[in-house]
Design a protein around this ligand. Structure first.
Ligand SMILES: Nc1ncnc2c1ncn2[C@@H]1O[C@H](COP(=O)(O)OP(=O)(O)OP(=O)(O)O)[C@@H](O)[C@H]1O
Ligand SMILES: [Mg+2]
Length: 243
């Protein structure tokens, strides 16, 4: 039985007079791939930053029953721009989160395994500038996963990639998620991406963000974007976002 990892109740967020999030509630189960979908500027990044512990808020956000008040190693954020350390090699970047916690030999072993998992075996000694966008995002993913967070928070991580690489990385991400059984909270404004990835999709309104619907995607993986059911769900979400 899967247990609840995150519970958000009556969440509100203001920046001075600007109401950005208005009374959102949802909960996320352990091992779930949860997507947050909404129009540009509606408050998605703000919602993720609240879960990460970087923002104060009104309402309640509980991680395994404990109120989130500050950032912690149980939550790791992955962004669109990778945020890799350019002066560190690939393995050096992945080692970053664990080198202070583990013995050198053990850390190296864990980092190497993680690079294998994301398909970067053989690139340990490369530097970020020598890699393609997709590869850099794999490094960022490995660096996040190596910390073994309870929740992986991803903010439009693939949106800087070209269409082809983006689709490949979506498929890759599903495989990695299946292997690691991580709980993922994934922000996107692409309907197709959300339907391809998610177990459930929280559809948000324009700012201030309100929950329009929570859509369950009951499709087998790997999913086929040209499948009639896939299109049907996409259409439903498109209609939800329209009004
Ligand atoms: N630190 C801040 N101070 C004041 N206003 C902010 C701050 N951070 C975000 N905002 C405002 O909150 C609103 C939501 O921003 P947010 O970045 O969460 O949107 P988003 O849904 O992630 O947008 P996008 O799809 O473009 O990434 C915007 O109007 C933005 O200007
Ligand atoms: Mg954003």
């Amino acid at each position: 039985m899967s247990s609840e990892v995150l519970r958000v109740s009556n969440l509100r967020k203001r920046f001075n007079d600007l109401l950005v999030i208005d009374s959102i509630s949802f909960s996320i189960k352990s091992g779930e791939f949860f997507c947050i979908l909404g129009p540009s500027g509606c408050g998605k990044t703000t919602l993720l930053r609240i879960i990460a512990g970087f923002e104060d808020y009104e309402g309640e956000v509980l991680l395994k029953g404990e109120k989130i008040k500050k950032p912690g190693p149980d939550r790791v954020l992955v962004f669109q721009d990778y945020a890799l350390f350019p002066w560190r090699t690939v393995i050096g970047n992945v080692l970053f989160g664990i080198e202070s916690k583990l013995q050198k030999r053990e850390a190296l072993k864990v980092a190497e395994e993680m690079l294998k998992l994301v398909g970067l075996e053989g690139f340990e000694k490369s530097y970020p500038h020598e890699l393609s966008g997709g590869m850099k995002q794999r490094v960022a993913l490995a660096r996040a996963l190596v910390c073994d967070p309870a929740i992986l928070l991803m903010d439009e991580p693939l949106s800087a990639l070209d269409a082809q690489t983006r689709m490949e990385m979506q498929a890759e991400l599903v495989k990695i998620w299946q292997r690691t059984k991580k709980t993922i909270v994934y922000v996107t404004h692409s309907i197709e991406e959300a339907v391809f990835l998610a177990d459930r999709i929280l559809v948000l309104s324009k700012r201030p963000a309100r929950a329009k619907a929570l859509v369950e995607v009951k499709l087998e993986r790997p999913r086929n974007r040209f499948d009639a059911k896939f299109t049907e769900i996409s259409q439903k979400i498109y209609d939800l976002l329209k009004d």
